[in-house]
Design a protein around this ligand. Structure first.
Ligand code: NAP
Length: 285
């Protein structure tokens, strides 16, 4: 048995952690505990509220522990953590973001992003997306960055981006235009696009503060699917706005949260959990 195999054997539990700030509200421990019971794999999963100045150091300390195997990364570190990884999957190279890390046998770190595939999984399950859907994405932050390539590549969607800070939207168009049809919807030119979208995705953090990003109600009709990446026990502020303006098909981001975790689990263990009832288990118990 070589030294590495002996260390792996001596670890009573594999160590995983979520790094972010804030993290105390996170449901990830509950989700992974549910997956672990299914596969009878016992691992520890802790929450690390990383400080902005110390984030890279905290990642290093965690992965220097012989028993650490992997980590999830959340707001606001998904972009910064790219520099902590020795290798990136193609998805992470494309999005330049990482939400999950795996320690490889030689102790190097491989980063991946499962947000995009997690979103697509949930949109497909809910029949919210069809090939070539015309999609409005509100927001141009880390989450928007993580989901755009999946929508362009997997579904050939046409994407319109609307963001409070136009420069950030321009940056995303520059990053992803080689993958398909993506353009900015400028506030001054909105009136030239007075038609409902097939799908509107709220990738801003507005619902966290119970507000709605500015966009005209004529973008919504009864056929428009409205999806908020944010999730809550009640309808989010964005979903309430959409409902009040005629939308019928509404969803928050609970399903995406579960699906991105399932893809992270698959990345670590090469096994995909059955997530058909995980939303109920995690949110209703
Ligand atoms: P982020 O990088 O901080 O980006 C925030 C975005 O929201 C930016 O586009 C920002 O616009 C916009 N915004 C913030 N306040 C606004 C306001 N008052 N009016 C208009 N726009 C505003 O955050 P993120 O990581 O992208 O996360 C965004 C949301 O997605 C969060 O609610 C997060 O919880 C959710 N999320 C959910 C999942 C899931 O699994 N369900 C996964 C990832 C993220 P500016 O560029 O102008 O600042």
């Amino acid at each position: 048995m070589d030294k590495k195999d002996k260390i792996l054997k001596d670890c009573k539990k594999d160590k995983y952690a979520l790094f972010g700030n804030p993290v105390s509200h996170s449901l990830s421990p509950k989700i992974y505990s549910h997956f672990s019971k299914t596969f009878k794999i016992n691992f520890s999963y802790s929450l690390v509220k990383a400080q902005r100045d110390d984030f890279e150091k905290e990642i290093m300390v965690f992965f220097n522990n012989d028993c650490s195997r992997g980590a999830n990364i959340t707001i606001p570190f998904k972009e910064r953590v790219v520099n902590c990884c020795n290798h990136l999957t193609d998805r992470s190279k494309l999005t330049r973001t990482v939400n999950v890390i795996k320690k490889l046998k030689d102790n190097s770190l491989l980063g991946d992003n499962t947000d995009g595939v997690g979103l697509i999984y949930d949109l497909k399950k809910k029949n919210f997306i069809k090939p070539k859907s015309i999609v409005l994405i509100l927001g141009a932050g880390g989450a928007a960055k993580g989901i755009i390539s999946s929508l362009l590549v997997d579904f050939g969607c046409s994407i319109f981006l609307l963001n409070r800070t136009i420069k950030r939207a321009e940056l995303l168009v520059k990053m992803f235009k080689h993958l398909g049809d993506i353009r900015i919807l400028e506030e001054g030119k909105i009136k030239h696009f007075e038609r409902p979208f097939d799908l509107i995705i709220n990738a801003t953090s507005c619902s966290m503060n119970n507000i709605v990003p500015t966009f005209p109600s004529c973008f919504i009709d009864s056929n428009t699917y409205c999806y908020d990446l944010f999730y809550s026990d009640q309808d989010t502020s964005f979903l309430r706005f959409c409902k009040n303006n005629g939308a019928i098909q509404l969803s928050d981001g609970k399903g995406m949260l579960i699906a991105q975790a399932a893809y992270s689990y698959f990345f670590w263990y090469n096994m995909f959990p059955d997530i058909s009832n995980t939303v109920q288990v995690v949110f209703c118990s």
